[in-house]
Design a protein around this ligand. Structure first.
Ligand SMILES: Nc1ncnc2c1ncn2[C@@H]1O[C@H](COP(=O)(O)OP(=O)(O)OP(=O)(O)O)[C@@H](O)[C@H]1O
Ligand SMILES: [Mg+2]
Length: 161
């Protein structure tokens, strides 16, 4: 890879392993951190974000959905607010402006973006998380740090996996 980004691969044997991985990441997160989630339909991106919200201490059932756009949800009430973005249904880059992403990326909370590879929304420094289906409950996880902060996060996180 041109950037020299190191990849870390691991196997998640069941949902509990995915949840544990999200729980290991949560304490490392700081305001302004960004996570890109890549993977096919059903790979577990949303499952991972929900586990992250839980691990940040978001009370169960708390989700604030913007009335006009369900592409972005906020999970408040935890150690850091978590903004959950899903770009799957976004058809054109011109619609990005209406999403209000500028207000959450690099802000006081953490932003996690599903289908982040579809549009250039993430800051250059971020954590890239790729999930792929390896069996009914099995997933492969690839973690890549992008930029300085992404690298630091990737290293600290993957040490604990
Ligand atoms: N190890 C695992 N990790 C994550 N999810 C798992 C695992 N094993 C089974 N699952 C199941 O796989 C499904 C993953 O669905 P989820 O909505 O998280 O996928 P997604 O990647 O967000 O898909 P989409 O692109 O449609 O949003 C859930 O039903 C979850 O219970
Ligand atoms: Mg999803």
């Amino acid at each position: 890879m041109a950037s020299g980004a190191k990849e870390f691969n691991t196997h998640l044997s069941d949902e509990a392993a995915t949840r544990a991985a999200a729980h290991a990441l949560a304490p490392l997160l700081r305001p302004g951190d960004a996570i890109g989630l890549v993977g096919d339909l059903g790979a577990g991106k949303t499952y991972f974000v929900r586990a992250l919200a839980e691990a940040l201490g978001v009370p169960p059932g708390v989700r604030v959905t913007s009335p006009t756009f369900t592409l972005i949800n906020e999970y408040p009430g935890g150690r850091l607010p978590l903004h959950h973005v899903d770009l799957y249904r976004l058809s054109d880059e011109s619609e990005l402006g209406e999403l209000g992403l500028d207000e959450v990326v690099g802000g006081e909370g953490v932003v996690a973006v599903e289908w982040s590879e579809r549009f250039p929304v993430l800051p250059s420094e971020h954590l890239a998380v790729t999930l792929s289906v390896a069996g009914p409950d099995k997933r492969d996880l690839v973690v890549t740090g992008r930029g300085r902060r992404g690298d630091d996060l990737a290293q600290a996180w993957t040490k604990s996996l």
